[in-house]
Structures are given as structure tokens and as C-alpha cells.
Design a protein around this ligand. Sequence first.
Ligand code: IPD
Ligand code: CA
Ligand code: CA
Length: 269
Amino acid sequence: MNEYDWHKIKELAITWVKEASNQLKASLEETIHVETKSSPDDLVTEMDRKIEQYFLQKIQMNFPNHAFLGEEGISSEEFDNRDTIWIIDPIDGTTNFVHQQYNFAICVAVYHKGEGKVGIIYDVMNDELFHAVAGQGAFRNEERLESLAPVKVDKAIIGLNARWLLYKGKAFQPIVVDLVRQVRGVRSYGSAALEMAYVASGRLDGYISLRLSPWDFAAALVLLNEVGGCYSTFYGEPLAILKASSVFVGKPQFHDVVIRKFVQKELNS
Ligand code: IPD
Ligand code: CA
Ligand code: CA
């Protein structure tokens, strides 16, 4: 296969995502071994590792010149020197996978020379596939997603993990509290990737996290580019695709107003 035919690459990656999702669904019938990573609420299962390994094998077999970065520790050596990188989150929402068997996603992104070319976020249990190729539109299953319309802060519904409200003493905390007070509603689904796919598809108007990693947001940015969604760090700086950082994605006007009137105003006061 032509290693720059992004549409064909997406179609192939979708077949892998569907196969991986069958493995995940089958595993829910068995006892899953769960471990903790950095903290008691940071979970990993053998399925996270198995699915990551599955993608690595497929990518190495089909695209030996491409680099790979996965959440569970697999990365091609010297991936910085290669033009094309696959960024994989085998299960986004592992806590939901373990506790609820619901609202978890497989995320696949392909970046070429720093630009997002392919983004796939698959909600396994709802069979909802969000996918995009740069310049070719974003889709929810077969349906093309529309360009995002502006929304005012008092009509906005945002995705946010309530834990970010607890960090007293951090510069972002009063800003997040103020925003929660002023928006119409706040939702928390437990999968950053799905929440950003919901912004791209208009179900949410914004999503905020004060710390995400490339595998959490890489695929979503490709979707958002296709529908005019805005994204930056919480402080309005550009996102670096291979670095962990805060992330704020939103509808055009909403994103701009939050950065100017909530974040920058508070930080400059
Ligand atoms: C997590 C989920 C969660 C978000 C965390 C992520 P994981 O990813 O997306 O919603 O709040 O910051 O780390 O660990 O389930 O892949
Ligand atoms: Ca994740
Ligand atoms: Ca994960």
C-alpha cells in the first residue's frame, strides 16, 4: 500500500480497530486482570497491553518505516527522526472498561511531519465510529459531521472531570470554578477521547483537562480540524503533539471567549 494514501490507511486502520473491539468485547465475558500504575485510580489491564501490541504488530507488518507511540509503553526508538508516526490509545477510559463496561474507546491517530492526517475514535459498546482524514471531512459512522457553530458561554455544555475543581492553590482552579458556575451544564464521561469526539460532533461545546497525553488527544485534533473546532492548552498556547499538557477544545467563539475572558483575564489580574 502507498504509505501516504491517508484515506486507504484510515480504511485499513478501521478494520484493525473493529477487530480490536471484538477482542475487547469478548474479554468482558472473562475475568480481567487489573493493575494500578501511577496511582490507585490509574488502572491498566492485560487488554490495554494486548490491544497495543496488536496495533504495533499490524503497523510494523504493513508500514515498517512508520514510528509508533502507545500509552502502555511501546514506542519505536528514535521516532522523532521518522516522518510518520502512529499514536495509539488501546483503551481510553480504562476505568469505565473495568467498572462499567461502557464508555470506553480505541484511539488511533496518524501524524505526518507533525500534521494530523488520520484520526479514529471508536466507542466500542455504542458502535459509534468517529473518523477523519485531513481535508476530507469528519464522520460519525457514515454521517458527515457539520462545521461547528458558535455558542455563548451561558448556553454551553462542557465536558470536565470534577477532580480539577479540587486543586486549591493552582492558578487554573478558580478559573475552572468560575467557568463551571457560568456555563449551562457540565458532563463527565470518563473518556477524554470520546468527550473531544463529542465536541467535534456538536454534543458538547467544550472539553477541558489540565493534563492529557498525546494518545488521549491526537486523534481528536484530526476530527476537530475538519469541523472548525478550536484547541489549545488551557492557557491558550498551541498544543505540542508529542507532549503531555493541559488541553482545551471547543467551538470557535466559545474557545476564544473562555481563553480571553476567563483564563487570560484572571491570570493577568
Ligand atoms: C484517561 C481518560 C480520562 C481522563 C484521563 C485519561 P485512560 O485515559 O481519558 O477520561 O480524565 O486524564 O488519562 O487512562 O483511560 O486511557
Ligand atoms: Ca487515555
Ligand atoms: Ca488508555
